[in-house]
Ligand binder design. Structure first.
Ligand SMILES: [Zn+2]
Length: 373
């Protein structure tokens, strides 16, 4: 009679050769990546991630599941829908490949010794991939990933305490909860401090420059910058001191007045308007102040989830390293091409990159650091 072996039973996992498991994890990762593509596309716009099955966005054709092989299908169809031949972004292929490589790498990192730790890290990295691409597209990280990640992280830490270098389930649970609290707490503190120090960016202009707010964006000397490049959060605000302000349509006029525009409100002095109903506002001014916060509250929750999986050390490292990665990348962007005055980047991908660094080389970095002390 067969007995069903526990999936967390080490003997079951280690009895097979290492290459077998590494390649299995790669294939499994590619399949998961195919599902992550669905999450990346549907989660931020509030669609169900389970039904309907993935289909061509143009003609609605759905590849039968038995023909849908990760990587292979995309290559076989040369990036086109099998039915209407519409192009399918190479990103679908890359997300599948990236997930496959990441799962195999997690296995190579700890799988031989602690298979269940490797699988837990795969769950975390799958979350990183979804968070990164959604943040790039929408400047948000959905609660399913961040708050869900905290819940899953704490549950897995109870089941797999080796994730926190302990054999006691209670210790695993405690270290996970402490990690979540530290990750959340320090990021929240930095966010609040940033609001005071770096939350705004003053853009100096020639004296008496004419600035236009239209339905779609800000015009300065004939150049339009769309609002979606400036605003990332409902609380973001453009502020300026206008020498004169006027609405060409209505004939209303103001002198020496403070103007504040957010996605939902336009304030001119003490007058308030709904920006949706204003077709054009013209102003003359010497400077504008733009919202410029690197992080949002989504990043606070995201760091909570990272702490739940990686403990307080992983959370502290991820926050510090993400700021270094962000600074280096921001600088390279300025060198590579002239950075636009309005350009902004999501912060979540920096955190995900830093935490991934911690997973793979955290031990080595700690040893190197301790040797220097
Ligand atoms: Zn199609």
């Amino acid at each position: 009679m067969h007995t069903i072996q526990n999936v967390f039973d080490r003997e079951l996992w280690v009895s097979l050769p290492p290459w077998f498991w590494t390649s299995t994890l790669f294939v499994f990762g590619c399949m998961v990546g195919s599902f992550l593509n669905v999450c990346i596309y549907r989660m931020p716009i509030g669609l169900s991630i389970v039904s309907p099955p993935s289909h061509c966005p143009k003609c609605g054709y759905s590849i039968p599941w038995y023909l849908n092989m990760p990587l292979i299908t995309w290559l076989w169809l040369r990036g086109r829908c099998a039915h209407c031949k519409a192009g399918i972004s190479v990103r679908y292929f890359l997300v599948e490949l990236l997930t496959g490589i990441a799962f195999a790498a997690c296995w190579l990192r700890v799988g031989q010794e602690f298979p269940s730790v490797a699988l837990s890290l795969c769950v975390l990295i799958a979350g990183f991939i979804v968070a990164t691409f959604i943040d790039f597209d929408h400047f948000i990280i959905p609660d399913e990933i961040t708050l869900g990640g905290i819940g899953v992280g704490i549950a897995l830490s109870l089941l797999v305490p080796e994730l926190h270098h302990t054999e006691s389930h209670v210790s695993g649970l405690i270290r996970s909860a402490v990690g979540a609290a530290v990750g959340w707490g320090i990021t929240y503190a930095v966010l609040q401090a940033g609001k005071l120090a770096f939350g705004k960016q003053k853009v100096p202009l020639e004296p008496n420059t004419k600035v236009l707010f239209t339905e779609t964006g800000v015009h300065i000397q004939g150049e339009e910058t769309p609002f979606e490049e400036i605003f990332s959060r409902p609380s973001d605000e453009i502020r300026l001191r206008a020498h004169t302000a006027w609405m060409p349509g209505s004939g209303q006029r103001w002198e020496d007045v403070e103007v504040r525009l957010s996605p939902s409100r336009l304030k001119i002095g003490t007058d308030e308007f709904d920006p949706e109903k204003i077709t054009e506002l013209a102003m003359t001014c010497d400077a504008l102040v733009l919202p410029r916060e690197a992080m949002g509250f989504g990043d606070v929750k995201f760091m909570g989830a990272i702490g739940a999986f990686l403990g307080w050390q992983g959370a502290v490292f991820s926050l510090l390293a993400s700021s270094v990665i962000g600074a280096v990348l921001g600088l390279s962007l300025i060198i590579a091409r002239k950075k636009e005055w309005s350009s902004k980047l999501p912060y979540g991908p920096y955190i995900a990159a830093a935490a991934t660094l911690w997973i793979f080389v955290g031990d080595a970095l700690l040893a190197w650091w301790q040797a220097r002390l």
